[in-house]
Design a protein around this ligand. Structure first.
Ligand SMILES: [Zn+2]
Length: 191
């Protein structure tokens, strides 16, 4: 395939002995064709490394690999003159069978359409729920504050009532004393 003293792929993967690696380097420095082939190998490697999300190929195929050799029916076809009409028919059938029995490409289901109305409805419901919850919390806080204020007022009211009752009883006592004095004819000189 190449004119390099050692296989360029072996050199590329660094599997040659030190002497071999050096020999290829010397050759590549002077041979444009081998330099080009090495560049192609580098390009393939760079492309493979640039696609880390994909499963790395288990095996990198090279043009010199047997997989690129003509298939049995291609070899048969090339031996054309020896083939009769019947053989050609069998060959056509074989190619057809091969084509038909090839695994079908995987069917990728189309992405589900986005239902904007449903999303908007959902968002509106969530917002309404959040607002209602906030209002409930505020109402509860307000009610609690009101109850506290009412208790304070009730306490104040009782205190006021007690003070008033005290005043009234004091007044009554004083008035009673004064009335007793009047009744006794004692008109407040010592008061
Ligand atoms: Zn060369």
């Amino acid at each position: 395939m190449s004119c390099s003293p050692f296989d360029l792929k072996d050199y590329f993967f660094g599997v040659l002995e030190a002497d071999g690696q050096r020999a290829v380097e010397t050759h590549v420095a002077a041979c444009a064709a081998c330099r080009e082939e090495l560049q192609a190998l580098n390009l393939v490697r760079a492309n493979l490394l640039a696609a880390p999300d994909e499963e790395p190929p288990r095996r990198i195929a090279f043009v010199s690999d047997p997989v690129f050799e003509p298939r049995w029916w291609q070899r048969l076809w090339r031996s054309g003159p020896q083939l009769g009409f019947v053989s050609a028919g069998i060959l056509a059938a074989a190619i057809l069978v091969h084509a038909v029995t090839r695994p079908a490409p995987p069917v990728v289901p189309p992405p589900a359409p986005v239902d904007v109305a449903a999303i908007e409805h959902d968002v509106a419901q969530r917002v309404a729920k959040a607002v209602a919850e906030s209002e409930t919390r505020q109402a509860a806080r307000f009610e609690k504050a009101m109850a506290e204020r009412e208790r304070e007022l009730e306490f104040q009211r009782r205190a006021d009532l007690a003070t008033m009752q005290e005043s009234v009883s004091y007044l009554k006592k004083t008035m009673g004393v004064n009335i007793a004095r009047i009744n006794r004819g004692d008109f407040g000189a010592t008061q």
